[in-house]
Design a protein around this ligand. Structure first.
Ligand SMILES: *Cc1c(COP(=O)(O)O)cnc(C)c1O
Length: 374
């Protein structure tokens, strides 16, 4: 077993087409934000979010930050977010001066629990921002019912969910804005980058101003802004990836189906749920080691990696409200499902370059390590 090569947990696919696209931009001599970015925004909007106005920025985190600012979020506001996510979600809220308020998750999808959101509302709540974690849509009907009832905004952290659908409609079309990350390990990449899909032209204009020092016309600054522009080099990579992401998603879904079949019967392993009416794009294929403590789960990860050479990850071992950086926003009560998920989850390889032999090795390794009661 130890002679086998490591199966990587994630593998960005950058090919000849991406290299040629970068070369084309470099040869043009115009590398900063320009026509490639504009084309990428139009193509991304048409392909993934039903023609919504899209604005490209230099990272997903910038996308969240600027989306929140463009929607008027700032000091004095509270935004309800999950604690079981990457810290960027709450970081972006806190950086606007607003307060992230952490709610618990539903155990089946790992996504924001609408009842917990309801319990977290105060008269300062300005918005709710679910994350479509691992590529499975959050419960948008229930969340929209909550935000509509209270007259507050709904945003989407769709960093991990390019192309996922909820009752036939793609994620990224529900919130006032939605952010997609284009980091290399995400379902598609531009090197680094983010895309903000906006509900209307006014929000899109706000994001465009904020990413460019508050300028539409040069040196006629209208608002205080940043430089969060995407370069044409990155946009050229993203445009090529956009032509491939559909096939990659299908490969992820095929891999997930195979893993479901081969791991669904393993004692102590809970495979991912796909809710009725949803499609899952498997940014991660995340199983639970049912009833494990964080320590027991970590032993499984070590055995998978070291004995079986199966790369895997834990997303995320520490709830946001327990991080040193965000602990001051910890809720008064417990978030029991967040705590349980943080202890139990392991994400197994599901990326499109896995071979049938790799999948066999993943299943055999999990059966050996967890089935053996590690
Ligand atoms: C990756 C990610 C982000 C941040 O995106 P970057 O492009 O890395 O800045 C935000 N939220 C979630 C849930 C993510 O997975």
């Amino acid at each position: 077993m130890t002679e086998q090569p490591m199966i990587p947990a994630a593998k960005p696919l950058i090919g000849e087409d991406e290299r040629a696209a970068v070369d084309r931009v470099l040869r043009s001599g115009m590398v900063a934000q320009g026509p490639e970015v504009a084309a990428f925004e139009g193509e991304f909007g048409a392909q993934l979010v039903g023609g919504r106005a899209c604005v490209a920025v230099n990272s997903g985190t910038s996308g969240l930050h600027l989306g929140l600012l463009a929607c008027g979020i700032g000091a004095g506001d509270e935004v309800v977010v999950p604690s079981f996510t990457f810290a960027a979600t709450a970081n972006a809220v806190a950086l606007t001066g607003a307060t992230p308020v952490f709610a618990d998750i539903s155990p089946d999808t790992f996504n924001l629990d609408p009842e917990s959101v309801r319990a977290a509302l105060t008269d300062r709540t300005a918005a709710v921002m679910p994350v479509h974690l691992y590529g499975h849509p959050a419960d948008m009907d229930a969340l929209r019912a909550v935000t509509a009832e209270h007259g507050i905004q709904l945003f989407e952290d769709a960093a991990q969910a390019h192309g996922a659908t909820y009752h036939g409609k793609p994620v990224g079309r529900f919130g006032s804005f939605a952010m997609f990350s284009l980091y290399p390990t995400k379902n598609m990449t531009s090197g680094e980058g983010g895309m903000v899909a906006c509900a209307d032209e006014e929000i899109a204009r706000g994001v465009r101003l904020l990413r460019n020092q508050g300028m539409e016309k040069q040196y006629a600054n209208e608002v205080i802004g940043l430089n969060n522009r995407m370069t044409d080099i990155h946009a050229a990579i993203g445009r090529v990836q956009l032509t491939k992401v559909g096939a990659w998603t299908e490969a992820r879904q095929d891999n997930a189906r195979w893993l479901d079949e081969h791991l669904g019967q393993v004692d102590g392993v809970v495979v991912p749920t796909v809710r009725e009416g949803c499609t899952h794009v498997y940014h991660q294929y995340t199983v639970r080691i049912d009833g494990a403590t964080g320590e027991q789960r970590d032993e499984v990860v070590t055995a998978l990696r070291e004995e079986h050479r199966v790369g895997c990850g834990v997303y995320y071992p520490t709830p946001n409200h327990e991080l040193v950086s965000l602990a001051r926003f910890a809720p008064a009560g417990e978030l029991p499902e967040t705590a349980r998920a943080a202890a139990e989850v392991i994400s197994l390889p599901v990326h499109p370059s896995l071979t049938p032999g790799d999948l066999e090795r993943v299943a055999t390794a999990v059966q050996a390590v967890v089935g053996a009661g590690a």
